[in-house]
Design a protein around this ligand. Structure first.
Ligand code: KG4
Ligand code: ZN
Length: 355
């Protein structure tokens, strides 16, 4: 039996979890900062790192208490090394290094995106499929298409060239005056909207599997808001929230539905093309946007392959997924030196061990 305490502080959730054998969650604590950042309509980095520093020890202690384990029962400590906000990453990394020093336990620096991949292994009904599989990670910071050839071995084949899918949901949510984060708010509004009310663009990119959402974001802005006059535009651009007034004759729910339809179409088109070209045996969907029901349903309908996703509670950031990823690395003999550094822009395809 392998027991790992995992720590995650890459963005706006302070999280700790204890995972047994990469599959069983003994505890999974997430202290969300959503309320703190909601007033800014997005994550405010300085506030995020301060909030992590305030709650990390209590969150880790709670994870150990709920797991009913002592440090002597653990085999390793894992922590998100990147990508993410550097100030936030450092809080978790320094805390984990301190624990590793104090307990003598080995330490593993884990790529946050690999954590999202391994959130699949924590799904109660997950059945491991033979590699290669197509991995689609869609979150607030990333939209990545990768071919997973083995545990720990990834080939990046495409991704967004501008906004991440979740970022597009968050920005459009803000434009429509919906609460942060935009993803769940847009999904909720879209339930009573008409997808055919607007025909938003699906961007074409040079790369066969690349994605682009900035044109779509602009199209939504044009359709839903009143174009500010010259003087007013200057004022709006100088303001932190930069929100143009909404048109009275536009139904927000229709915009939300048509936008969600366009984003999910773009993701599904790239994923289907990649799945066919690389002859994968399954598609693994993960990251915050993988909670989206329309995306799940479209992928399942369009692909004649198993489509797997994590439970909704594990789609957004958490430490259980970091513990699951760490288990497979621990098993392969991976250990990080105590002086490793945060890697704010770390691609998953650089974090390989091929085992
Ligand atoms: O994975 P995550 O917690 O953070 C990053 O690693 O970035 O993803 C957060 C993102 C946010 O942009 C949020 O709006 C989006 O996931 N999200 C959703 C849904 N739930 C969360 N997007 C679409 N539909 C949802 N149901
Ligand atoms: Zn994430």
């Amino acid at each position: 039996m392998t027991a790992i305490l995992a720590i995650e502080t890459s963005c706006d959730e302070t999280a700790a979890a204890v995972i047994i054998d990469g599959l069983t969650i003994k505890s999974n604590i997430v202290a969300s900062q959503i309320d703190l950042h909601a007033q800014f309509g997005g994550v405010f980095p300085e506030l995020a790192s301060r909030a992590h520093a305030e709650s990390i020890s209590a969150v880790a202690e709670q994870a150990m208490t709920e797991a009913e384990l002592t440090y002597a029962d653990l085999d390793a400590i894992a922590v998100t090394q990147g990508p993410g906000l550097v100030g936030s990453l450092l809080v978790g990394i320094n805390f984990a290094k301190g624990l590793a020093l104090a307990t003598g336990l080995p330490l593993l620096g884990i790529n946050h995106l690999e954590g999202h991949v391994y959130s699949l292994w924590l799904a109660p009904d997950f059945v491991e499929v033979e590699f290669p599989v197509l991995v689609l990670i869609v979150s607030g910071g990333h939209s990545e298409l990768l071919i997973m050839c083995a545990h720990g071995l990834y080939q990046r084949i495409g991704g967004t060239i501008d906004d991440a899918a979740g970022e597009a949901f968050d920005k459009v949510g803000r434009t429509l005056g919906l609460p942060f984060p935009g993803g769940p708010a847009i999904e909720g509004a879209a339930r009573t909207g008409a997808i055919e009310a607007f025909d938003f663009p699906r961007a074409k990119t040079d790369g066969a599997y690349d994605l682009s959402f900035s044109g779509l974001k602009t199209a939504v802005m044009r359709a839903a808001t009143i174009k500010p006059s010259g003087r007013r535009r200057g004022k709006l651009e100088g303001r932190a929230e930069k929100r143009a007034p909404l048109r009275d004759d536009v139904n927000i729910n229709d915009v939300a539905a048509a936008f969600q339809n366009a984003v999910t179409d773009a993701l599904v088109t790239s994923a289907c093309r990649a799945a066919r070209d690389f002859q994968v045996n399954a598609v693994y969907l993960s990251g915050g946007v993988s909670a989206n029901q329309m995306l799940r349903e479209k992928l399942q309908a369009k692909l004649n392959l198993p489509v797997c996703f994590p439970p909704v509670s594990l789609c957004t950031d958490n430490a259980a997924m970091i513990g699951a990823a760490a288990h497979f690395r621990y098993r392969a003999g991976h250990r990080s030196p105590l002086d490793f550094e945060a890697r704010a822009n770390w691609r998953l395809s650089e974090h390989v061990y091929a085992n």
